[in-house]
Ligand binder design. Sequence first.
Ligand SMILES: [Zn+2]
Length: 170
Amino acid sequence: MNDPATEGFAAVVRATLTDPRGWQGAGFEFGFADGAPYTIVLAEGPEVDRLCRPYDVGGRFSCQNGPVVALNAERWRTATPQWTGDLDSYRRMLVNHEVGHLLGQHHPRLQCPHQGQPAPVMAQQSTELDGCLPNPWPRPWELACAARHHDEPIAPGYDARAASRCEPGP
Ligand SMILES: [Zn+2]
């Protein structure tokens, strides 16, 4: 692959997952190896559709589906019009959001619990910020919640109704 917009993909994933602001703050350690049990791929729409089934990502969204995180290459290149941050932070948000699903985290009940504050990283920020600031990193309460694990399995399979049991603090 020789696409300048996507050739730094592995480096961004690595930097994001090993950043002190990321999910390691919930006690997770990330290693990188060929043949690892979990895979993060950047792919074009039709391939992401295939990897995400039975989730319907319509060639546009990204997903986590069992051990696979599939990120949409078009989004990686351009972000979305709803995202008001820069492209680099969009990419980190995408990695942290979908890896958050891999770690058993779900979308929050409220997209934007506190107006004008950074959005939860598990909010669907590609679609709507809802009055929150664009945010690529898990909020402190999201880290606290992920650290408790809530008996949520790592790398959950398809569950269209999965909802978060984590609640933001005041
Ligand atoms: Zn999601």
